[in-house]
Design a protein around this ligand. Structure first.
Ligand code: BGC
Length: 245
């Protein structure tokens, strides 16, 4: 198999893809983005997905991070995407639309694979928890480097609210929270995970990880917390790594 594989990250607002060198984790060539269509149902997303692949002009295996529970290629939830995805085979839908074999996994699991292979989680033993902070909260758990897929800890309850409705980046923006107020909420979430899972390391990814300097010092939790190294490209890189396995 080639060392260069296409990784795609399907998100609520954009579908992003790039060729990835799966031996180094580097993006090869341009990162291309198309808008996520509305409604974001299987037909519409598959068409946009195929358009992206055509734009890139790629033939070969594709890895795809998808913002839902993904079991054996099938979407099993749809918290931040059209509900009609539930029960749909993502791999079949996208492979047929673009004419290339597609392997799909949860988007946070993809980001976690990238961080464990090339970023902050490299060589870290024990329990590592990556959290992507965006519209929702995505989680990826690793035990001695092995992924435990579809953990969905963003859906734990905190103060009677689903955690991602309490301390995601969307909530920070919608409720106009200061970094201090948001970090207070997010620390409660981290301490909750700490009590349940006894992690050795938290890695924070997603768009907001770029602002770690603004809030990292405000987090109050005993477990070490580090910002993701691959920032916004982690989902693309991890998806490509997954397809190359
Ligand atoms: C979904 C997860 C996803 C996360 C980040 C959550 O709402 O349930 O599957 O990983 O958002 O996109």
């Amino acid at each position: 198999m080639s060392q260069h594989i296409l990784g795609v990250d399907v998100g609520g607002s954009g579908i992003k893809g790039s060729l990835v060198d799966i031996k180094t984790g580097a993006l090869v060539g341009d990162r291309i983005r198309v808008e996520t269509p509305a409604p974001a149902n299987p037909n519409m997303i598959a068409e946009a997905f195929a358009g992206l692949i055509k734009k890139i002009g790629y033939k070969g295996p594709i890895g795809c991070g998808f913002p839902a529970i993904v079991q054996h290629g099938v979407a099993k939830s749809a918290a931040n995407i059209d509900k009609s995805w539930i029960g749909h085979n993502i791999e079949k839908e996208f492979s047929e639309a673009c004419g290339n074999p597609v392997k799909a996994l949860n988007d946070a699991d993809a980001a976690g694979l990238a961080e464990l292979t090339f970023g902050q989680g490299q060589g870290v033993e024990g329990v590592v928890l990556l959290i992507t902070i965006g519209t929702g909260l995505g989680t990826a758990q690793f035990v001695d480097g092995t992924l435990v897929p579809n953990t969905e800890f963003g859906h734990l309850y905190l103060h009677g609210r689903i955690a991602e409705h309490y301390c995601s980046n969307r909530i920070r923006e919608e409720e106009n929270l200061s970094w201090a107020d948001w970090a207070h909420r997010f620390s409660e979430y981290l301490r909750h995970l700490e009590r349940l899972l006894t992690p050795d390391l938290f890695i924070l990814g997603g768009g907001v990880s770029k602002e770690f300097k603004d809030f990292g010092h405000l987090l109050k939790v005993n477990t070490p917390v580090k910002p993701a190294k691959l920032l916004n490209n982690a989902g693309i890189v991890g998806a490509a790594v997954y397809a190359g396995r």
